[in-house]
Design a protein around this ligand. Structure first.
Ligand SMILES: Cc1cc2nc3c(=O)[nH]c(=O)nc-3n(C[C@H](O)[C@H](O)[C@H](O)COP(=O)(O)OP(=O)(O)OC[C@H]3O[C@@H](n4cnc5c(N)ncnc54)[C@H](O)[C@@H]3O)c2cc1C
Length: 383
């Protein structure tokens, strides 16, 4: 959104608040301060474009070397153990792209495209409360009600502040934007918030593995870099996808994405190294986490046994990453409700209905659409 606003000529101030330590959201990359070769795409492994024309931001991202076309071999595990090499799933259709050096490079690239006018970045900051005085700016507050910042326009690129799931995750008694919107009397915003509240999400429990030595060589030699599981295989193994990600130093990361059903059954186990665990300062429950890690690990070993054997997962530093709201389910928020001019609120993200819904493509297209609508409707070009 910020990149496209700048490209359309907006010269005013832009600020971005992000609870994560860096950019990327669900298309981010796990990195290690102690091990700079460790780069694991623990959320979206690829960007796939099925609509046309291409998003306007695609060409500059490619030209800047932030992303590149991906032609890795894919396969579909059908039923228990029939491998159909070359068959993609719905996330593998169309043009495929990967972040150069990690999927978070896509978001880094977008921030670079903002150019010299810049954007003030506030990472590691959870926005907890929102308020808007009549005719005044939007105000953002942290959990202690300390003012984080003020802005004329508020754009939500995630649903957390506008969806009742914030209550289920964090125990917040109210939905922050619903509370802030109540005194504003903006019927369009209220309509949007009611629609947003009805969006449901699929979850994923992801197992992260890093192999070295002989095991890494075996993974890297497989005739597929992305294995999708069809409906029968998902039911059999509790897995949806396996991404094999060779690392620059010869190691090999493997990320096993659970099926929606598996994640739903283990929703309370978030993974001790996840952002939610950090934010909620959750007490560690190593027993429960180990059970989930073991179940996913056994599924990886057994489902791939015909192609790779002798795997010792204990040597692969297994970690769990749970995505509670991995994929929004259709129909999503209609485009017509994404710009609320009266209250000066905008919505963008993969939860907005339209081409690419539920994927990075949808997030890009809705952000580009909102940027154009903001510039046209609100005259933001003058800054
Ligand atoms: C396991 C997994 C696999 C996936 N596979 C694919 C794939 O193969 N292809 C594909 O195209 N897509 C895939 N996706 C979906 C893709 O990741 C998303 O569609 C895309 O990242 C959505 O981008 P977004 O900007 O709309 O939302 P997000 O990436 O969720 O970004 C929203 C950001 O807002 C931040 N935020 C929210 N509320 C607050 C707050 N109150 N304070 C501060 N910060 C806040 C969040 O931390 C987050 O970083 C996958 C997702 C997951 C989880």
């Amino acid at each position: 959104m910020v990149a496209q606003l700048r490209r359309l000529g907006f010269a005013g101030e832009l600020s971005l608040w992000e609870t994560g330590r860096g950019p990327g959201g669900r298309a981010s990359t796990r990195r290690s301060r102690r091990d700079d070769q460790l780069v694991i795409d623990h959320g979206a492994p690829l960007l796939n474009l099925t609509g046309s024309p291409d998003p306007a931001l695609l060409a500059p991202l490619l030209a800047g070397g932030w992303i590149a076309p991906w032609q890795g071999p894919v396969a579909m595990l059908e039923g228990e153990s029939r491998l159909n090499i070359g068959r993609p799933d719905s996330l593998g259709l169309g043009q495929l792209f990967v972040g150069c050096g990690g999927m978070d490079r896509l978001s880094e690239g977008l921030l670079q495209l903002v150019g010299e006018a810049g954007v003030a970045l506030h990472y590691g900051t959870l926005v907890r409360h929102l308020a808007r005085q009549p005719q005044g700016p939007w105000q953002l507050f942290d959990a202690d009600r300390q003012l984080l910042g003020e802005a004329d326009w508020l754009v939500l690129s995630g649903t957390l502040l506008a969806h009742p799931r914030s209550g289920w995750i964090f125990g917040w008694p109210e939905v922050p934007l619903v509370q802030a919107a109540a005194p504003l009397g903006d019927l369009q915003l209220e309509h949007g918030l009611t629609t947003l509240a009805g969006i449901r999400f699929e979850a994923r429990s992801n197992l992260l593995l890093v192999f070295a030595g002989e095991a890494a060589r075996a993974w890297r030699a497989l005739p597929f870099a992305l294995v999708n599981f069809d409906a029968a295989a998902q039911q059999r193994w509790g897995l949806r996808r396996l991404r094999i990600q060779p690392l620059a130093d010869g190691r090999c990361a493997v990320v096993a994405h659970s099926s929606d059903a598996f994640a739903a059954d283990h929703l309370d186990v978030v993974g001790s190294r996840s952002a939610v665990a950090r934010l909620l300062q959750l007490p560690q429950e190593p027993g429960r986490e180990q059970t989930v890690i073991q179940a996913l690990g056994e599924a990886v070993v057994q489902s791939l046994a015909p192609w790779i054997s002798g795997l010792d997962l204990a040597q692969a530093a297994p970690q769990l990453m749970r995505w509670g709201a991995a994929f929004p389910l259709p129909p999503g928020l209609p485009r017509a409700l994404t710009l609320c001019a009266t209250s000066q609120v905008g919505f963008c993200g993969d939860y907005v209905a339209g081409p690419g819904f539920g994927r990075i493509e949808g997030a890009m297209r809705s952000a580009e659409g909102l940027a154009a609508a903001l510039v046209a409707a609100a005259g933001l070009r003058s800054g």
